[in-house]
Design a protein around this ligand. Structure first.
Ligand SMILES: NC(=O)c1ccc[n+]([C@@H]2O[C@H](COP(=O)([O-])OP(=O)(O)OC[C@H]3O[C@@H](n4cnc5c(N)ncnc54)[C@H](OP(=O)(O)O)[C@@H]3O)[C@@H](O)[C@H]2O)c1
Length: 250
């Protein structure tokens, strides 16, 4: 009988494994027996992640925002343990430029890393998933997929796009056994959300807006992530799972 929440031996490619939620996802999946390839630019942080993580891990130092390199990054990511069964698109950035002064450079950088990279990396990896008849794509959406926040126009546009891209990926690839879903975290303390958590009044105010009454802790994402990566979610695709303490329920 299939074990519902088993990812043992699956190969997972995790972008943004040097920091925050990507690092946490990479660590957790390795602890559950997945063989994890972590991708990011900062070699020393990837090595620190590997040395602090139990299980089979490999790292790939790469700048994902170089679109022309995506194919070769996908090839390199398939070398340590074979072609990935699971893709976790966690790398992301938020420039926080006010709408009136958004620069073309900031807009392009955001849309490239947050939206284009998840698509083209998935496109480069789905061929092998199709051959296996099984695959999992997990994108990172956001409260800003559905809500407007101050200084969030490029980030929000990218995350709104991630939500729709997740459904479109599901439409394109689910019949091959490849599901596509997104986690939409509320507020979790990471490098990305430093400006929020550096402001205690603001982070308290956001916590109060949740139903549960606190902001997220990295481990809060583990259960939803395991669900979406494992056979437990075989018939779940094209969905956005908000892990936000009920922020969007109010
Ligand atoms: N934290 C939250 O509350 C929250 C809420 C909703 C959604 N999210 C989403 O969750 C995901 C993870 O965010 P986080 O909070 O964990 O952010 P984070 O701590 O800032 O991590 C971002 C990761 O992206 C990597 N990255 C950035 N630019 C890259 C590039 N050009 N090439 C390769 N890797 C790159 C960074 O690694 P290097 O700098 O080493 O390259 C880092 O590992 C993002 O998609 C974010 O939008 C986060």
């Amino acid at each position: 009988m299939t074990e519902l929440f088993d990812v043992t031996g699956k190969v997972a490619c995790v972008t943004g494994a040097s920091s925050g939620l990507g690092r946490s996802a990479a660590t957790f999946l390795a602890s559950k027996g997945a063989r994890v390839v972590g991708i990011a630019r900062r070699a020393e942080l990837l090595e620190a992640w590997r040395s602090e993580t139990t299980g089979d891990t490999a790292s790939l130092v790469a700048d994902l925002s170089d679109r022309s390199a995506i194919e070769s990054i996908a090839t390199e990511a398939s070398k340590p343990f074979g072609a990935p069964d699971i893709l976790i698109n966690a790398a992301g950035l938020n420039t926080r430029e006010p709408a009136d002064s958004v620069t073309a450079e900031g807009w392009d950088r955001t849309l490239t890393l947050n939206l284009s990279v998840p698509f083209f990396l998935a496109q480069a990896l789905v061929g092998a998933m199709k051959e296996k008849g099984w695959g999992r794509i997990i994108n990172f959406a956001s409260l800003q997929s559905r809500r407007a926040f101050p200084n969030g126009i490029s980030y929000g546009a990218s995350k709104g796009g991630v939500e729709q891209m997740t459904r479109a990926m599901a439409e394109a690839w689910s019949s091959h056994g490849i599901t596509s879903n997104a986690l939409a975290p509320g507020f979790f303390k990471t490098e990305l959300t430093g400006p929020v958590f550096d402001n205690p009044a603001l982070s308290r105010q956001i916590a109060k807006q949740t139903c549960i009454g606190r902001n997220g802790e990295a481990d809060d994402l583990n259960g939803p992530l395991l669900f979406l990566c494992s056979p437990a979610s075989d018939y779940v695709t094209g969905q956005i799972l908000f892990v936000d303490g009920g922020y969007t329920a109010k």
